[in-house]
Design a protein around this ligand. Structure first.
Ligand SMILES: Cc1cc2nc3c(=O)[nH]c(=O)nc-3n(C[C@H](O)[C@H](O)[C@H](O)COP(=O)(O)OP(=O)(O)OC[C@H]3O[C@@H](n4cnc5c(N)ncnc54)[C@H](O)[C@@H]3O)c2cc1C
Length: 399
């Protein structure tokens, strides 16, 4: 049984960190790395930033050169999807029908773009942005003479708005909530980004929900409930992501907004682990089960899962951090701000830089730093030990 390979399913940033850690941690048995996309793992963040703008080459997008996998004796099966897991037989089945036995299995299947239950989403010109193939589709099918409508004013929607507006596109952003980025930042930060986009000529319409997308074969317009229409040539649906749990759920592994794992990344099935965007884990730091969609978590939890698979005790409970680039502005977020009771703002909101500390009953829980990298780094340090935390912006001496 122990001769069977370790399988890692999902060739993104998290799976890559896991296979790398298995090797550096001393595992010298067979290791198979399986991914549905036809590429080696690449960085996803530039897909809505530098790579979309054409400022980054495809080579630089890749996380490792091909020789890495040969040198580390990692057998790659890119372009192949796993169709089923049989935990009782310790075996997975590939979409092509082949069965692969495992000694241990790690699921790093990530997220997929959330679908919008709207008539017309199957028209030509309607797209999502999640994979390299999506950016290749944009490059081949869209051009700056087009009118682009973006449904959803979260990070990805707004980053694409910024990148393509600068490229010359006519861009309208439609957001159902009363302000952009409502789920993730306070009204003051939303207002700053709203103004930033308007100053660049993006038409932002909040409290606005499309009722359908219309067109003969290609998208021609978005229609609203009052019958009004917004004429457009392309529509990006950017209303968030959902964890890819299908394989785990079908195998009877516990799932609830993600594949449920413990702090050692173990699922409910023996020797089956999960990590990254697809995994929901108990956080003592936040007093609840959380699931994170960020590079920090993909890397750190991928490493933690591999260590746990090698028998090293781990208790994964990170301080999450994240960033977003829009125009010349970098927003860096440390910690989770939901449930905060007050905020403290250092500096007037402007692109010269400001920082917002979110507090819960007087204790800092998160910091948004806008063009303030130092405040962000200090916040990561101070928030990592909550009892020692001070408002990070103040600690950074920002004004
Ligand atoms: C456009 C964009 C911009 C982003 N910007 C930022 C940012 O600025 N900062 C930040 O921190 N985070 C950002 N993120 C989020 C970050 O990229 C993700 O959190 C991270 O990539 C998650 O890594 P992962 O390996 O867990 O999952 P993923 O990267 O989703 O990889 C999972 C892989 O598993 C594969 N897979 C799924 N099912 C199967 C199967 N059955 N068989 C085989 N393979 C399968 C998928 O095809 C995929 O390749 C961004 C994401 C996107 C899409």
């Amino acid at each position: 049984m122990t001769d069977a390979p370790i399988l890692v399913v999902g060739a993104g940033q998290c799976g890559l960190k896991a296979v790398e850690t298995l090797r550096t941690g001393g595992y010298d048995g067979d290791l198979v790395f399986i991914g549905a996309e036809p590429h080696a793992p690449y960085q996803r963040p530039p897909l809505s930033k530098a790579f979309l703008k054409g400022e980054m080459s495809r080579d630089r997008l890749m996380l490792k050169p091909d020789r890495f996998f040969q040198e580390k004796a990692i057998q790659t099966r890119f372009g192949e999807a796993v169709a089923a897991i049989a935990p009782e037989r310790r075996e997975v089945t590939l979409a092509g029908g082949e069965h692969l036995a495992y000694s241990k299995l790690l699921l790093t299947t990530g997220t997929r773009a959330r679908r919008v239950p709207l008539e017309g989403t199957d028209l030509a010109g309607v797209f999502h942005l999640r994979e390299l193939a999506d950016v290749e589709w944009i490059a081949a099918n869209l051009d700056p003479s087009m009118r682009l409508a973006i449904v959803g004013a979260g990070y990805i929607g707004l980053e694409v708005a910024a990148a393509l507006r600068v490229a010359g596109y006519n861009v309208t952003v439609l957001e159902g909530a009363e302000r952009i980025l409502r789920r993730v930042v306070c009204p003051e930060v939303s207002a700053f980004f709203d103004g930033l986009h308007r100053d660049h000529g993006v038409d932002i319409r909040t409290s606005t929900l499309p009722s359908r997308i219309v067109g003969a074969e290609r998208v021609e317009a978005i229609e609203f409930s009052d019958g009004n229409r917004l004429a457009c040539d392309a529509v990006l649906l950017a209303v968030g992501a959902e964890p890819v749990t299908d394989l785990a759920a079908a195998a009877g592994i516990g799932c609830e907004n993600g594949i449920l794992v413990d702090t050692s990344c173990r699922t409910s099935a023996p020797d089956v682990f999960a990590a990254g965007d697809c995994a929901a884990f108990p956080s003592a730091r936040y007093g609840r089960t959380i699931r994170l969609e960020c590079v920090q978590n993909a890397i750190d939890q991928g490493k933690a899962a591999a260590q746990a698979m090698l028998g090293t005790p781990v208790a994964y409970d990170p301080l999450p951090w994240f960033w977003s680039d829009q125009y010349h502005v970098k927003l860096q977020i440390a910690g989770l701000s939901d449930g905060h009771t007050e905020i403290a703002i250092e500096g007037a909101p402007s692109d010269a830089g400001f920082a917002v500390t979110y507090l819960k009953e007087g204790v800092p829980v998160a910091v948004d730093a806008v063009n303030q990298p130092r405040a962000h780094m200090l916040a990561r340090r101070s928030l990592a030990t909550p009892t020692a935390a001070e408002p990070a912006a103040a600690a950074a001496g920002t004004a």
